[in-house]
Design a protein around this ligand. Structure first.
Ligand code: HEM
Ligand SMILES: [Cu+2]
Length: 524
């Protein structure tokens, strides 16, 4: 009998249900979409170079703002986190794959039509959605956004939402049911804990967003009036539903990064992570409290003072478990034998930038401060400190740390160093100054601004150039490393860190074989 011909690499990936291959596809997808989202950011910064704008029309500016955010959130950060999660979680818990491999592939493939629809929406009549990623009512009602862009945006949210929810179910079942013998929950690596928490947040939050945007769709086309006062509806209701998902969503975008940072900081300090149990409770508390703070986005909508006081209090409360995490990382580093690898630099960069973002958040959580700063550039500064400084930096740390595990090859430390400094300096130039501009009164989401902010804005746009160089070098580093032939002898424990950490991914080959382990490890 003739041997079955081995599938080409492309065909293998297209039809794959293997969690590692799916993880890699998520990561490639996120990287490609990162280029698109980064390009749109460049358009914004070019427009804002001069106070009178002039690069794009006001309508197009709004569309670019909306799609930049939508792409970065739904097509870059969330899929990139899911990519590392897919690849690493089954290995870390000693499983052979995710619980539902076909569902896993389906979750990934839903993103492709979503991305195509999102990008295509720029080219339909009236262009893409321009109501911001928050899609507030009545901005995106039939009256004010009558063209198909918003409908396409809603469909994008439906598809990515379905992808997230199915993925979350897969993570929960995998983590709860498929751990290696002896690995009880309190022995599970923090990265897996982060994903368990994250999956629950997705499962509880995402359907609410899907419902909210479906209600918008019905208001637009089917004569309902959920958010239309003339029909007895309430536009503020939309904000409640939206933020019930989207505050947890900001944690959905960072919690897996928290998990990764714990591993990286411990590895390059040659210590075990400080206060494991406290870290587990802190992650779980963040996941829970994340659902109790949503109205801090709505302090200016006329909520009663008591409601505002409650949400301000809960917002302050969430800083407590966040602080536990920060101090545990610092205590892990304290007294350690530190190796300043690129991954470690990104991890330390992440911690310092995220602290600034968190402090900005605590400011905004105070009602009187928020009333001043709401819808100003201060908010834009805050959110980029947590999303770029937090999520993106932790993703880059994870990339440099786990790349040798995933491919058997090391990313260049030399290029990585330049990537790190470009990102760190560039992001600080751009986003720190946004706080300042906001406090001086520069409004958010404007395509032109008062001339006195021009010098500040030029400085911010200059920071973009650094991030751009960092981004290009990173893509180049990944590309040329993948193309190198596989050098024999990348150790299982690529960074020689596992004698202390004892995390299962370093106990199988680099890259791991199909089904991850020759024999499933037993955890003592
Ligand atoms: C200690 C933690 C945090 C606190 C106290 C906090 C507080 C706040 C508050 C009060 C606002 C509303 C500002 C306004 O619109 O007037 C806000 C906005 C925002 N925050 Fe945070 N935050 C925290 C952490 C985070 C994290 C971890 C992320 C993401 C990884 C994040 C992402 C965002 C985003 C995206 C917005 C803007 C949403 C929009 O209007 O488009 N925050 N934050
Ligand atoms: Cu929030």
């Amino acid at each position: 009998m003739a041997e079955a011909k081995p599938k080409s690499l492309l065909l293998r990936y297209l039809s794959s249900t293997d969690h590692k291959e799916i993880g890699i596809m998520y990561l490639i997808f996120a990287l490609v979409m990162g280029i698109v989202g980064g390009f749109l950011a460049g358009v914004l910064r070019m427009q804002l170079w001069e106070s009178s704008g002039g690069v794009v029309s006001p309508e197009l500016y709004n569309q670019v703002v909306t799609m930049h955010a939508t792409i970065m959130i739904f097509f870059v950060i969330i899929p990139a986190m899911a990519g590392f999660g897919n690849y690493l979680v089954p290995i870390m818990i000693g499983a052979r794959d995710m619980a539902f491999p076909k569902l896993n592939a389906f979750s990934f493939w839903l993103l492709i039509p979503a991305a195509l629809i999102g990008i295509a929406s720029f080219f339909v009549e009236g262009g893409a959605a321009g109501g911001g990623w928050t899609s507030y009512q009545p901005l995106t009602s039939a009256q004010y956004s009558g063209t198909p862009g918003v409908d396409m945006w809603i469909f994008v949210v439906h598809l990515t939402g379905a992808s997230s929810i199915l993925g979350a179910i897969n993570f929960i079942v995998t983590i709860l049911n498929m751990r290696a013998p002896g690995m009880n929950l309190m022995k599970m690596p923090l990265y897996a804990w982060a994903w368990l928490t994250n999956a629950f947040m997705i499962l509880v939050g995402t359907p609410v967003l899907a419902g909210a945007v479906t209600m918008v769709l019905f208001d637009r086309h089917f004569g309902t009036g959920f958010f239309r006062p003339s029909e007895g509806g309430d536009p503020v209701l939309y904000q409640h539903l939206f933020w019930f998902y989207s505050h947890p969503a900001v944690y959905i975008m960072i919690v897996p990064g928290f998990g990764a940072i714990s591993h990286i900081v411990a590895a390059f300090s040659r210590k075990r992570v400080f206060g494991y149990t406290g870290m587990v409770y802190a992650i779980a508390a963040i996941g829970f409290l994340g659902f109790m703070v949503w109205a801090h986005h709505m302090f200016t909508t006329g909520l009663s003072p008591w409601v505002r006081a409650f949400f301000a209090f809960m917002t302050m409360l969430i800083a407590v478990p966040t602080g536990v995490k920060i101090f545990s990382w610092l205590a892990t580093i304290w007294g350690g034998t530190i190796r300043f690898t690129v991954a470690m630099k990104f991890a330390l960069g992440m911690i310092s930038l995220f602290v600034i973002g968190g402090i900005g958040g605590v400011w905004l959580g105070n009602v009187p401060v928020d009333i001043q700063l709401h819808d100003s550039y201060f908010v834009v500064g805050h959110l980029h400190y947590v999303l770029f400084g937090g999520s993106v930096m932790s993703l880059l740390a994870a990339a440099y740390f786990w790349f040798p595990k995933m491919t058997g090859k090391f990313l260049s430390e030399k290029i990585g160093n330049i990537v790190f400094w470009c990102m760190f300096v560039g992001m600080s130039m751009t986003f720190f100054m946004m706080h300042w501009a906001g406090m001086q009164g520069m409004a958010r989401r404007t395509y032109i601004y008062r001339p006195e902010f021009e010098a500040l804005n030029k400085f911010m746009s200059f920071g973009y150039v650094f991030m751009l160089i960092g981004g290009i070098l990173f893509v180049w580093n990944v590309y040329q490393t993948i193309r190198q032939p596989l050098a024999a002898g990348t150790k299982d424990d690529a960074w020689e860190v596992n004698d202390i950490q004892g995390s299962l991914e370093w106990m199988t080959s680099s890259p791991p074989p199909k089904e991850n382990f020759k024999t499933i490890p037993v955890v003592a």
